[in-house]
Design a protein around this ligand. Structure first.
Ligand SMILES: [Zn+2]
Length: 388
């Protein structure tokens, strides 16, 4: 990828417009005055951009806030409810979810389908069926995909996910682009989830955090300096393959002692089934922690997570850790215990207390994130919304 060094007038204009739209969509500002203050643009520039957005049907003047006779009442701006929409698609191991979102990430409609035909054609047919059910061709401007990996992001291909019934090499971006004739973007499910939380959720007030998705594996999305951590490799961060014991469990990746071989929800669930002889799900076991046998396994899970996370915290110095996917079902006291452990063992002990929180979108963070995969392109000025 060749980075342009210069910035011309057209780029600058695009950048300013994208910034204004981002500030409105993410709820950071809702008046021209606030937008000028926050963006550093002149009131005149902001007014011009807003007039244009209103004429394009992107933004509306919603209502006038009463100021009880003191000064002029500011006009409140909002994203137009009849404006552009995006489709978010989440591809998981058991099934796929599709939802329709507006630019404020309000979910307007959604659907889910289980993967019953466990072949590549079955998967593609399922996805297309779900999107057809949800898509409004007049208002949807793009489709965002959040998916299990590994991924070839350059070419929009899902490569060879482990435990995915042998389904490999799915050129999903091309398939959807050809069918729907609109832009399609893709990223890993936890990169997307991290961005959703950064723009709209519990990561709003933080510039540095790690979203840890706990499921059959452990995945991650890292926000650094307010942006998703990405580099020229186009690969995703893989906190689940941080080794916590070089003589430990063998991992599918070829390494030993990988965090996910100790603390994924599947590993923990299987241990709990053996321990209790009850065939419950991970979520169900999360509601049974007064049983000391179950409590002990969850406490050990937190120990393992804390070892892996301390290494990551020493590398990135995040402000918070967000436990997502199946991790949202863990009762508070385990999050509190994990928080106390990581703060006890990280290097910068007395500075930078690291909180452990849940995502605001809960287990929906990956689906919401798939829509944010598109919104990010709009906010960065890469996807322009044209006039009708
Ligand atoms: Zn591994």
């Amino acid at each position: 990828m060749i980075e342009k060094l210069g910035i011309n007038y057209h780029d600058l204009k695009t950048k300013n417009r994208s910034l204004i739209l981002k500030l409105l969509a993410t709820g950071k500002c809702n008046s021209r005055i606030e937008l000028a203050k926050e963006s550093g643009l002149t009131k005149m520039s902001v007014s011009n951009i807003i007039s244009d957005f209103i004429s394009m049907g992107l933004v509306e003047e919603s209502h006038v806030e009463e100021t009880h006779g003191v000064g002029r009442s500011p006009i409140i701006l909002d994203i137009n409810k009849n404006g552009p929409k995006v489709v978010g698609l989440h591809i998981g191991r058991e099934g796929c979810s599709v939802a329709l979102y507006d630019l404020k990430l309000n979910k307007l409609n959604s659907t889910y389908g289980e993967l019953s035909d466990k072949t590549k054609d079955g998967l593609v047919a399922l996805i297309i069926g779900l999107i057809d059910e949800i898509i409004d061709k007049n208002s949807v401007i793009a489709i965002g995909i959040g998916t299990i990996g590994p991924l070839d992001l350059e070419n929009g291909v899902i490569l060879n996910p482990p435990n995915f019934f042998g389904i490999t090499n799915i050129h999903i971006v091309d398939i959807l682009r050809e069918r729907y004739k609109i832009p399609v973007y893709m990223d890993s499910q936890y990169n997307n989830a991290a961005l959703a939380e950064k723009y709209y959720g519990n990561g709003k007030d933080y510039d540095d955090f790690i979203f840890l998705g706990i499921t059959s594996g452990i995945g991650s999305g890292i926000i650094l300096n307010g942006e998703l951590m990405k580099n020229s490799s186009m690969l995703t961060s893989e906190v689940g393959h941080t080794s916590i014991d070089f003589r430990g469990n063998y991992c599918d990746c070829g390494n030993r002692g990988c965090l996910e071989t100790y603390a994924s929800s599947n590993v923990i669930r299987n241990r709990l089934v053996l321990e209790t002889e009850k065939e419950n799900t991970f979520e169900e076991f999360c509601t049974m922690t007064e049983d000391p046998r179950i409590d002990r396994v969850f406490m050990e899970m937190m120990e393992y997570l804390s070892y892996g996370l301390v290494s990551c915290i020493n590398l990135f110095n995040p402000q918070i850790i967000m436990l997502g996917d199946r991790g949202v079902f863990l009762p508070d006291r385990y999050l509190d215990y994990l928080e106390s452990q990581i703060n006890k063992y990280k290097l910068s002990k007395s500075y930078n207390y690291v909180k452990v929180v849940r995502p605001m979108f809960g287990e929906q963070a990956q689906l919401a994130g798939s829509a944010v995969c598109v919104l990010e392109q709009i906010f960065q000025g890469n996807l322009l919304i044209n006039r009708e």
